[in-house]
Design a protein around this ligand. Structure first.
Ligand SMILES: Cc1cc2nc3c(=O)[nH]c(=O)nc-3n(C[C@H](O)[C@H](O)[C@H](O)COP(=O)(O)O)c2cc1C
Length: 325
């Protein structure tokens, strides 16, 4: 399958693995890229630019195919050393950067000068247009279904993708709720040039996270995610657990007077304990509604090959058959 995204990123299949905190390590990124998609290392999971440089080198040793790095711009007290991370990205021979969160304008000149393609992930058409205006090569349009931060507009992909297609000139991929060939074909038909998957890639053999995390996703249904931190305008879709119920109870009790410090215990520093140690009730972790469509733990290659083969069958048999009548 050739799309504007496979051509832009020089990859075989139009499937991207979105950056994920404490999941997007070299092993996963390399496995996705080696399978013909675009694997992405999560920049800020590496505490320093030096650590990121090592992680990139590790991925480089596992695949010679293109890999990406995610740079997330979130409100934080201690601003990460973004110029240092950008230097590690450029020197590491990374060809694609996925930016997310706030406007990535500060890193654009250095990345563009190095010939790196930039795909900005955002949750609204207005932010996608802004990304286009500042010179991003593509956008990842993240619908309300997505795991992680869906923004505050609550527009699902069935509306958001055609809206993006109507407004954008640069190519875009569909992100949020993507799991299989049906997602890919539907997204292509709504104007996307490929898909970006988060939650689906956690439940793969190569994802270097604890088995408990993969099983939690396999066991979850589409009813099991919750939105947290909406009163703080930092909404996050997470898998429900004891910590999330505690957090939601605080949000209800404190209403608009809630502050970040009130929920500190449920959200700060919990990712290593969940992802690496499998302590599933300790805190809130991002997970998409798409968990309801995930029933197995394949290798990245099995997953990507299956999506591509079934997409071919949907297009050339089911849809073509409908047309023939
Ligand atoms: C556990 C987890 C951690 C994530 N961490 C990040 C992150 O650090 N930066 C980022 O840009 N997106 C992050 N995301 C969002 C994903 O890259 C992707 O956009 C999202 O998962 C797509 O929705 P889906 O889960 O329905 O596929 C995370 C998602 C998950 C599930």
């Amino acid at each position: 399958m050739r799309t504007k995204i496979t051509e832009l990123f020089n990859i075989e299949h139009p499937i991207i693995q979105g950056g994920m905190h404490y999941v997007g390590f070299a092993e996963l990124a390399a496995a996705v890229s080696e399978a013909g998609g675009l694997g992405i290392i999560t920049g800020l999971t590496q505490r320093t630019p030096e650590a990121l440089a090592q992680e990139i080198a590790k991925a480089r040793a596992l695949t010679s195919k293109p890999i990406g790095v995610n740079l997330t711009f979130l409100p934080s007290i201690n601003t990460p050393d973004y110029p240092g991370y950008v230097k590690a990205i450029i020197e590491g021979g990374v060809t694609v950067v996925e930016t997310a969160g706030r406007n990535p304008v500060q890193v654009m000149p250095a990345l563009k000068e190095a010939g790196i393609k930039v795909i900005h992930k955002c949750t609204s058409v207005r932010h996608a247009l802004k990304a286009q205006e500042i010179g991003c090569d593509a956008v990842s349009v993240d619908g309300f279904e997505c795991g992680g931060h869906p923004g505050e507009d609550d527009i699902p992909n069935m509306i958001l993708l055609p809206r993006a297609a109507d407004e954008l000139e640069i190519p875009f991929v569909a992100s949020g709720g993507q799991a299989d060939a049906r997602s890919l074909v539907a997204s292509l038909s709504m104007g996307a040039e490929g898909i970006n998957m988060g939650t689906r890639f956690i439940a793969t053999k190569e994802a270097p996270v604890h088995e408990n995390v993969k099983q939690a996703i396999v066991n979850a249904s589409e009813l099991d995610t919750r939105l947290i931190m909406r009163p703080l305008r930092n909404t996050e879709r997470v898998l429900n657990n004891e910590a999330v119920e505690r957090l939601i109870a605080k949000e209800k009790a404190l209403g608009d007077s809630i502050k970040f410090e009130d929920i500190h215990g449920e959200v700060v520093g919990v990712y290593p304990k969940i992802m690496l140690e499998g302590d599933m009730e300790i805190g809130a972790w991002s997970c998409g509604m798409v968990a309801g469509l995930i029933h197995d733990v394949p290798t990245c290659k099995e997953l990507i090959d299956r999506i591509m083969a079934e997409a071919d069958a949907i297009i050339s048999q089911r849809l073509a058959g409908i047309l023939r009548g």
